[in-house]
Design a protein around this ligand. Structure first.
Ligand code: PEP
Ligand code: MN
Length: 337
């Protein structure tokens, strides 16, 4: 259920509405838009349906949201959300490119690659310190040491950083060092983890599970948002299909589908979607043309020697070339990079 408030409602009246909702055993979540304030009500819809809340001064209307995801739905918020990650805005006119290595390997190469991608126009730095590897014998990441390097390089270059949290117990640690949490594909339905990041205020980059539907992705966003953190950025990173010419199948239509269903920004990861560096540029270009709000791209100083995902990592020069054409494509679709 959403409660649409009148534009001239006072703070005191808003508090009164919130109190009424809480007294019914429900949870109010406030969204202050440019024109109006809306209160999302989480809990049993029936309890509120029977209440004459429209009688309260300052309340314009009370409307049910028929979708199973409420706060993530466009019914809750008509205008697209713009999420601020350490000063970089995702979901506005600019298509935000987030680049960096798959894993943080050492301070020197992280700093080198960060400077390179920044010079090419990337606005955020990525890098994993805790790695979800298919094999327990593969490199698992540098842990806290990696987080320290990310923090240091991020501050030095002025690039906000995003890094994966694999477990609810890692949340306070990652909160200390990163500007945004990444929830990986394998953890998209780790509900305890989703609730834990939902209790922070930091933006969350939520990746689509490899066999998850768009609806399931939005339900996972709802888990985070229902805890009070509305700063969710969704990420299409390819799904499992019968096709095995690529690592995953990039579901580009998901960008447009999500934009219709939700107000949340959508980022595309052409690196994990394809698994092959030569396919990253064409899919990145297609994603910008399709209307994504950002890209997550793996770049490595020397992919041949990367500890993880070398085959899908771009060299800085190739990334630079790509950025040049993305700038041109973004202008055509009335965006900027
Ligand atoms: C990553 O971005 O580092 C990653 C592991 O991706 P995914 O969770 O999409 O596989
Ligand atoms: Mn990777």
């Amino acid at each position: 259920m959403i409660i649409v408030l009148k534009p001239d409602i006072s703070e005191e009246q808003i508090r009164h509405v919130e109190e009424r909702i809480k007294n019914l055993g429900l949870k109010p979540v406030i969204s202050k838009g440019a024109e109006r304030t809306i209160i999302g009500v989480i809990g049993e819809e029936d309890k509120i349906r029977l209440q004459p809340l429209e009688a309260i001064e300052g309340v314009e209307k009370v409307m049910p949201i028929l979708k199973p995801y409420k706060l993530a739905s466009r019914d809750f918020k008509k205008e697209s959300s713009v999420i601020d990650v350490g000063g970089v805005k995702i979901g506005g006119k600019e298509v935000v490119v987030i680049a960096g290595p798959c894993s943080v390997e050492n301070l020197k190469s992280l700093e080198e690659v960060a400077k390179k991608v920044k010079a090419s126009g990337a606005r955020m730095l990525r890098g994993g310190a805790f790695k979800p590897r298919t094999s327990p014998y593969s490199f698992q990441g540098l842990g806290e040491e990696g987080l320290k390097y990310l923090n240091e390089v991020g501050r030095k270059t002025g690039l906000p950083v995003v890094t994966e949290t694999m477990d609810a117990r890692q949340v306070p640690l990652i909160d200390k060092y990163a500007d945004a949490f990444q929830i990986g594909a394998r953890n998209m339905q780790n509900f305890d983890l989703l609730k834990e990041v939902g209790r922070t205020k930091k933006p969350v980059l939520l990746k689509r599970g490899m066999s998850a539907t768009v609806k399931e992705l939005l339900m996972s966003a709802e888990y985070i948002m229902s805890e009070g953190n509305l700063n969710v950025i969704l990420c299409e990173r390819g799904i499992r299909t019968f096709e095995n010419a690529t690592r995953n199948t990039l579901d580009l239509s998901a960008v447009s589908v999500i934009k219709e269903l939700s107000h949340l920004p959508v980022v595309v990861d052409p690196s994990h979607a394809t698994g092959k560096w030569s396919l990253v540029a064409p899919m990145a270009k297609a994603a910008v043309a399709a209307g994504c709000d950002g890209l997550l791209i793996e770049v490595h100083m020397n992919p041949e020697e990367a500890f993880s995902d070398g085959a899908q990592s771009l060299k800085p020069d190739t990334f630079d070339e790509l950025m040049k054409s993305l700038k041109r494509i973004s202008a055509v679709v009335d965006r900027s990079i």
